[in-house]
Write a protein that binds this ligand. Structure first.
Ligand code: C2E
Ligand code: MG
Ligand code: MG
Length: 518
């Protein structure tokens, strides 16, 4: 499989290149799309959490605010007053301190007690009026102590510095930014994250970033909205591991895809065009099946059988491509090929041993002047006597028997012999046998297949043998596979010849050469 993919890659590098590139784009698209959805979802959850925390804070502020009347029964900043403040502060985790304010100065608080110098809330980052309250964000309380405070005439609430701490941590980790403001976006109360300037600029259309994700959540109860944003990392933040993984996966998928694509397209290329290509590029080879004299068990000849091994489809049998060639007018080209190559290859054996070479031809070849001329030329070139060549013909519909008869005469002078192949199949074999002057009759395998056990022999075969024994022609039984079949022939037709796996399968030229030497 690996070799096949490599083989494809060498032959069709462009397909591989395009496939890998497309897969990289696709994988990148899918990866980025998924990451975008993930980031968007995370941002939404983030902004909803900030909003719900803000809602909770406001609720807690309102609850404490509702207690103001309770405190007013005590003298402001008295021990009892402060004690009551501390008691009331206890259950509210988002509130850090409650203070008494006079003339915009914090005089005392639950946390600090009575201040020696009242604290002014003049130093802050942001101040917003909301209802009866003034919110000051990042107000300086003491050196290094900054807090968000909201106050009214005589009452102040300080937000816990931990109220939004986890959102700061998340912002740092994920590079998120958040702005908490009012619904119309007129007031920004406070920001979370280190890069909120960019978010603000984008939100106010002062900057444009295609790769910036923004989500917005607004409270249904309070006039408060949270806008969150994060930069979408174009190349996964240049994370070398993710990029390496993406490229490796793309190469693997790209290679597999292109191998599949090439394999399908090559398969889809019709058998016929592949066959035509094989003829042009001479991609056939031959095997030879020995023909034996039954009584002597000696080789008297061999049949040349064509083989086609397509690099993609594997071995394709002649029973498939010969009918295809006949149907598409290519059979004459095949026969010329056979004569040219098989004769040249087998010539050394014919020079050395007194055996015949049987070649399968089509009836139309016999009548074809080009074929005849080619055959004679090659016989002369290879110095092969004509009587060592046996042309096997098979009865075919539409074949004009008179023409074949006339054409056969043209071969007789050269000594070339004829065999009637596949005798016993088709409906006019007997007719052909009576009309054509052939030296050999090859009995089809289907008839010899009738001899399965010693005792069950088809009466047609017995009758046929009776007829053949009275004929001068050489008789060759095809497809002899078993000892039983061989014994039957030996006993009933001792003069005949046989061809089949019982003796030998079709073999390469070197193998049949070795067989003949023994
Ligand atoms: P065929 O001329 O009757 O060839 C005999 C076929 O029977 C061969 O099949 C051979 O391999 C097979 N065979 C031989 N002994 C046995 C056996 O004991 N058992 C079985 N089951 N089969 C056996 P192959 O090579 O597949 O050829 C099939 C047919 O294709 C041939 O039948 C012939 O009609 C045609 N063919 C083969 N080579 C050529 C060629 O070069 N030119 C042309 N025109 N036709 C050819
Ligand atoms: Mg044959
Ligand atoms: Mg045959």
């Amino acid at each position: 499989m690996k070799l096949r993919i490599l083989n494809f890659a060498i032959r069709r590098p462009r397909v591989y290149f395009v496939s890998v590139m497309l897969t990289i784009i696709l994988c990148y698209g899918i990866g980025s799309g998924s990451y975008y959805l993930y980031l968007h979802e995370k941002l939404e959850v983030y902004s909803n959490s900030i909003l719900s925390r803000s809602d909770s804070l406001i609720k807690q502020v309102q609850l404490i605010d509702g207690l103001r009347d309770e405190f007013s029964v005590y003298s402001p900043c008295s021990e009892q007053y402060l004690h009551e403040l501390r008691k009331r502060l206890w259950p509210y985790p988002l509130i850090k301190d409650i203070a008494y304010v006079r003339d915009q100065l914090v005089v005392c608080s639950a946390l600090w007690g009575k201040l020696s110098t009242p604290l002014s809330l003049n130093l802050y980052r942001n101040k917003v009026n909301r209802g009866s309250y003034i919110w000051v964000f990042d107000a300086l309380i003491e050196e290094n102590i900054i807090a968000d405070v909201l106050y009214t005439n005589n009452f102040a609430i300080t937000v816990s510095p931990f109220a939004f701490q986890r959102f700061w941590q998340e912002a740092e980790k994920m590079n998120f930014s958040a702005i908490v403001g009012d619904y119309n976006h007129k007031n920004h109360f406070f920001n979370i994250g280190n890069n909120t300037k960019l978010l603000e600029a984008i939100e106010h259309h002062q900057a444009h970033r295609l790769n910036y994700i923004i989500t917005r959540s607004c409270s249904s109860i309070e006039d408060i909205c949270v806008i969150t944003g994060a930069e979408f990392p174009i190349l996964f933040n240049n994370n070398i591991y993710i990029l390496a993984l993406l490229i490796s996966v793309s190469i693997i998928i790209g290679f597999l895809n292109s191998a599949l694509y090439i394999s399908i397209t090559e398969k889809n290329q019709s058998l016929l065009s592949r066959f035509e290509d094989a003829i042009l590029k001479e991609k056939f080879h031959f095997v030879y099946q020995p023909i034996y004299n039954v009584e002597a068990r000696s080789v008297i000849g061999a049949e040349a059988l064509i083989r086609w091994n397509d690099h993609h489809m594997g071995n394709i049998g002649p029973d498939i491509f010969i009918p295809l060639a006949e149907k598409n007018g290519l059979i004459n080209k095949v026969s010329l090929y056979v004569v040219e190559h098989a004769l040249a290859e087998f010539a050394p054996i014919l020079h050395r041993y007194n055996i015949t070479l049987s070649i399968n031809v089509n009836c139309s070849d016999i009548c074809n002047d080009v074929f005849r001329a080619k055959l004679f030329t090659i016989l002369e070139r290879e110095k092969i006597p004509g009587n060592l060549i046996m042309l096997e013909i098979t009865e075919r519909q539409n074949a004009n028997i008179e023409e074949i008869k006339k054409a056969m005469i043209l071969y007789k002078d050269s000594g070339i012999q004829f065999a009637l192949d596949d005798f016993g199949t088709g409906y006019s074999n007997l007719n052909w046998l009576s009309l054509l002057d052939v030296e050999e009759i090859k009995i089809d395998k289907s008839l010899i297949d009738c001899i399965s056990t010693e005792f069950s022999v088809n009466p047609i075969l017995t009758g046929l043998i009776g007829m053949l024994n009275n004929m001068p022609n050489l008789v060759v039984f095809e497809g002899v596979e078993t000892e039983t079949q061989y014994r039957f022939l030996l006993e009933n037709v001792p003069d005949c010849c046989a061809q089949g796996w019982y003796f030998s399968k079709p073999m390469k030229f070197e193998e049949i050469s070795a067989l003949l030497i023994c």
